[in-house]
Design a protein around this ligand. Structure first.
Ligand SMILES: [Zn+2]
Length: 154
């Protein structure tokens, strides 16, 4: 397994897109709500985008996917949710997402609450949990119940 490096790319006024790399020229991003900041960062760092990981369907997490897929040869992985078109594969609880070009693998955890199909990616000391968990709270319950969110946080 590779040494993981995570860069926070600021997006919109209050959001981050996570850039994952392992020292080579290929990389992944999590929840690219906007393509512009991602393309600028990749150009600056000389990286090629190969994977897009999606935690949930909201536009501020998926809005940049179509443009990035036009610019790069990417595989798109996310939850089972028809509201996210164009995925190469959808994942369920306990399945593993493999990113062979980065020699990384993340376990999928289903975390309903903010949305009904929200997933998180866990591995290499990192948790990419979308809008489920923030530093001082959790995401709003748009589609789930408080009980579901509590279970997801647990
Ligand atoms: Zn959201």
């Amino acid at each position: 397994m590779s040494e993981i490096s995570v860069t926070a790319i600021p997006a919109f006024s209050d959001n981050y897109i996570w850039l994952i790399s392992t020292g080579g020229e290929e990389c992944a991003v999590v929840d690219p709500g906007d393509a512009g900041p991602v393309i600028r960062e990749l150009t600056q760092q000389g990286l090629k985008l190969r994977y897009i990981l999606l935690t949930h369907h909201h536009p501020d997490h998926t809005g940049g996917v179509a443009e990035l897929a036009n610019c790069y040869d990417v595989s798109i992985f996310g939850p089972h949710d028809a509201r996210i078109p164009g995925q190469d594969r959808s994942f369920s609880e306990d399945e593993s997402v493999r990113l062979p070009l980065l020699d990384l693998e993340f376990k999928v955890i289903e975390v309903p609450g903010h949305t009904s199909s929200h997933i998180a990616f866990y591995g290499h000391g990192c948790l990419f949990c979308g809008d489920t968990l923030f530093s001082v709270g959790c995401g709003r319950l748009f589609e789930g119940t408080p009980e579901q969110m509590q279970s997801s946080l647990d």
